[in-house]
Ligand binder design. Structure first.
Ligand code: CA
Length: 513
């Protein structure tokens, strides 16, 4: 065994803040009772990788501190070296939305970062895509099978003639009929569909397939000034299914001809719109992957890009740290407004934010949503928060935005696409094959063990931060460069190489009928 390997097998833990009274075990597969750390602490029980051990004795009802913040209270006395698992922690209440500090610690603007570019597809409206895709919208689920049939033929018969076009993507969904279309919250799915069609990766070419009797009239998905963009299946001019498919293919080919003229050109990094998300988090998310993403996010913000982070239930318990960073009072109030809206949305369904954590999160060492949130918001970096988007709204500002979405991977991905996201960075601890057809997804592993095992699914290993092989800064720069490469089409993420993509999944908080 060489010295390097021996050094890696020394019992190691990570303590993040000097106030912390717990630390997480780094070693793959955990450590047995009796393991002695360099600090002198000896484990009294087996502690799995990523799980917490107490650094000092913690008395009944005393705070358990990680990230320098209280993640809960001891349900029974805990001895130094014991495993602090979720059953020993009482979760604190969520921060009171009426007592938050707004804009009290606005970070100074970060120094500008000049000279970084990527090869993108510039659109007539000034936006820049990272892919060249024909996206075909739909106004109702009824047409899904027809669209998939037509898209299969378009891919086989038409796409080879237009080599500059990457793909044809049917934007199908479960909405459109059987829904309370005039309910106030129906604005969310409707604007999501309207804005997704305008995603920069689709080059401004709009085509909608509709049925004809649905509640969501296809016209609502066509921006003003665009004509001849709808194929309506019930149109009496169509004599049979074959004629309908022919019409979709004719309309598609007209757009493929235009999209085929798009070529990549050198664009400043400020034209990027990057979405951040996590899924299948573990206790390393807040130690390795999310800090690396946070550092890369700061670099993107410094380069003038738009970056958005999301997932309301994963920031709710750390919202007091975010409202202070709001660039002004309005942005701070908007953060509070989105939290309050989500609190009431969950309450209507008889749930609260504790419904967020999954069995996998807990297996990965995350005791509760408070601990998960503190690790999650690290990916927003250290800049001021410049804007807040309600679900499905289009981004118009540069800098770090909060785009309010559920934490569900597919719904968050869909809403960020509607907000104009052209590349997503996705951190995962437990592992997920997640991908999006409309925009490349860079998957970042929190642990080297996962990155090795899933060598053909994970694009970036942030586990090297835990083992000490890379600093957060080094990993952040590497990730930033990978983002520019993927945005330029030079590097394909694994989900695109395999062609494995999740469904568009609309967020519909309104009733169905
Ligand atoms: Ca998620």
């Amino acid at each position: 065994m060489d010295q390097d390997v021996a050094a890696k097998e020394q019992p190691r833990y990570i303590k993040l803040n000097e106030r912390d009274n717990v630390a997480i075990v780094v070693n793959d597969f955990g450590l047995p009772a009796g393991s002695r750390f360099a600090s002198g602490l000896t484990l009294r029980a087996f502690v799995p990788q990523g799980h917490k051990t107490a650094l000092v004795d913690i008395a009944l009802d005393q705070p358990i501190v990680r990230y320098g913040e209280v993640i809960g209270y001891a349900l029974s006395p805990i001895l130094a070296g014991e495993w602090v698992d979720e059953a020993r922690i009482r979760m604190p209440d969520a921060p009171d939305l009426d007592k938050l500090e707004i804009s009290t610690a606005v970070p100074a603007p970060l120094p500008p970062l000049e000279g970084f570019t990527f090869e993108g597809y510039r659109n007539p409206d000034g936006s820049v895509g990272t892919k060249n895709i024909l996206g075909i919208s739909s106004s109702v689920q009824c047409v899904k099978g027809t669209m998939e049939y037509a898209v299969k033929r378009i891919r086989a018969e038409l796409l080879p003639k237009y080599p500059n076009v990457d793909d044809v993507v049917p934007l199908t969904h479960a909405y459109g009929c059987g829904v309370a279309i005039t309910a106030p919250d129906a604005v969310v799915p409707i604007r999501t569909l309207q804005n997704i069609a305008l995603n920069p990766n689709f080059g401004g070419e709009i085509l909608v397939v509709g049925l004809g009797c649905e509640k969501l009239a296809p016209e609502r998905l066509v921006p003003e000034g665009v004509s001849d963009a709808i194929v309506r299946m019930q149109d009496e001019a169509f004599d049979g299914f074959g004629a309908i498919v022919d019409a979709i293919m004719t309309q598609a080919e007209a757009r493929l001809k235009i999209l085929n003229k798009r070529t990549r050109e050198t664009c400043p990094a400020s034209d990027l719109v990057i979405g951040l998300q996590c899924g299948g988090s573990d206790a390393f998310s807040g130690v390795t992957a999310n800090p690396a993403v946070g550092f890369a996010a700061d670099l993107l913000v410094r380069a003038g890009a738009t970056v958005m982070f999301s997932e309301v239930t994963e920031v709710r318990d750390a919202i007091q740290l975010l409202t202070r960073r709001a660039i002004n009072e309005d942005v701070g109030r908007a953060l509070v407004r989105e939290m309050a809206w989500y609190d009431s949305y969950l309450a209507r369904g008889g749930a609260d934010r504790s419904a967020n954590t999954t069995p996998g999160n807990k297996k990965g060492g995350l005791a509760n949503i408070v601990e998960k949130s503190l690790g999650s918001i690290v990916k927003s970096g250290s800049s001021a928060i410049t804007d807040v988007l309600s679900p499905g709204e289009k981004a118009t500002q540069k800098g770090m935005l909060f785009a309010a979405t559920p934490a569900s991977d597919f719904i968050c991905g869909t809403l960020q696409l509607a907000s104009g996201m052209t590349l997503q960075v996705f951190t995962t601890g437990r592992g997920t094959p997640y991908g999006l057809a409309a925009a490349p997804v860079i998957k970042v592993a929190t642990r080297t063990e996962l990155a090795r095992r899933w060598k053909d699914l994970i694009d970036f290993d942030a586990g090297s931060i835990a083992t000490g092989e890379k600093t957060i800064e080094e990993a952040g720069w590497d990730l930033f460069r990978l983002i520019l490469d993927v945005a330029s089409g030079r590097t394909k993420p694994w989900s695109d190489r395999w062609g494995i993509h999740n469904d568009l999944t609309l967020f519909n908080p309104a009733p169905v009928t």
